[in-house]
Design a protein around this ligand. Structure first.
Ligand SMILES: *[C@@H]1O[C@H](CO)[C@@H](O)[C@H](O)[C@H]1NC(C)=O
Length: 311
């Protein structure tokens, strides 16, 4: 009986980044470049860190994990968004939409927990330098990585289950360029408010966690030692840039749930497209050891190809 009343939503339509067709065609090139860059630079960071034994320490392992997660996160949304720019009707099936929500929230949560752990790692290195190797052992590091994947899994499963448990009435048009959960939630037939609150809190909690832990770490580091402050700042600048600039905006989307679409679109562009491409750059270009490792890798490769030419 009940089911008869609801039109079953089997696919969604994205309205895309903007309405102008010309602008979308114009944006295709920059977006595909960003897409390609995100894949290349994140995989590059992972390869450099895994192949260079100088970089086999918790800090770099966590960084490699971050890059890997960024790679996964952007492969879920950016390619579709980019090809959609050239499409007149941008549709996505119900299943793919759920997969997108699941993966964006899974990788997004893993990424944030990884960032918190990277902050913790720097905190131990600066405040407890003598105990660093005993606190951040190999086992601990692997444990932290597992914890981040488990938290990501629980978080994303909860989001998707909430969506699946509520009938969606439509209209099936999403004014966005990917399946963003607050927008899909608005299509529910029943009691969207409670629904929206649960979803937003489930996401917002991560950004709050991130902000609180970074504020705490920074304050402790500053108070810990006088000359430690400048040292801490120099090691943590990239972390702070990433956290404030790229994740600050997310709080607005999820906690205050602003309903101005272009603001929403602009802010979600940040964490869906800009953060994954800039993360490796902010962390690696400021880091001397990684630069050295890249030089060694390039030398090694050119040395090897020279040797094979001579042989
Ligand atoms: C992630 O971190 C773990 C634990 O340190 C490490 O063994 C693994 O190689 C890292 N994964 C990637 C893709 O770098």
């Amino acid at each position: 009986m009940e089911e008869g009343n609801q039109s079953v939503v089997s696919e969604f339509m994205f309205q895309g980044l903007c309405t102008s067709k010309e602008l979308q065609i114009f944006l295709f090139l920059p977006f595909s470049t960003i897409c390609l860059m995100t894949f290349v630079d994140n995989l590059f960071v992972v390869v450099v860190i895994i192949t260079d034994h100088h970089l086999h320490s918790p800090m770099y392992f966590l960084l490699a994990n971050l890059s890997f997660v960024d790679f996964c996160l952007s492969s879920v949304t950016t390619p579709k968004l980019t090809t959609d720019l050239l499409q007149d009707s941008k549709t996505i099936s119900f299943g793919s939409c759920m997969m997108q929500i699941l993966s964006v929230h899974f990788f997004g949560a893993v990424e944030i927990v990884t960032l918190v752990m990277m902050g913790y790692d720097r905190y131990v290195a600066i405040c407890k330098p003598l105990h660093y190797s005993s606190i951040m052992g190999r086992q601990k590091c692997i444990g932290l990585v597992w914890v981040s994947w488990i938290i990501g899994f629980l978080h994303s499963i909860i989001q998707v289950v909430i969506i699946l448990c509520s009938p969606l009435c439509g209209p099936k048009v999403l004014d966005s360029f990917f399946c963003d959960i607050p927008l899909v939630a608005k299509l529910a037939c029943v009691d969207t408010d409670t629904f929206a609150i649960v979803i937003n809190v489930n996401s917002g909690i991560f950004f709050i966690l991130l902000m609180i832990s970074y504020t705490y770490i920074l304050l402790t580091v500053f108070l810990h030692s006088k000359h430690g402050a400048s040292k801490a700042l120099s090691t943590c600048t990239s972390h702070i840039i990433v956290v404030v600039l790229f994740y600050g905006p997310c709080i607005f989307i999820y906690l205050w749930a602003i309903n101005i679409t272009w603001v929403d679109k602009f802010l979600s562009m940040f964490y869906i497209i800009i953060t994954p491409v800039l993360n490796p750059a902010t962390y690696t270009l400021r880091n001397k050891e990684i630069k050295n490792a890249i030089k060694r890798l390039v030398h090694g490769l050119s040395g090897r190809s020279l040797a094979s030419q001579l042989a």
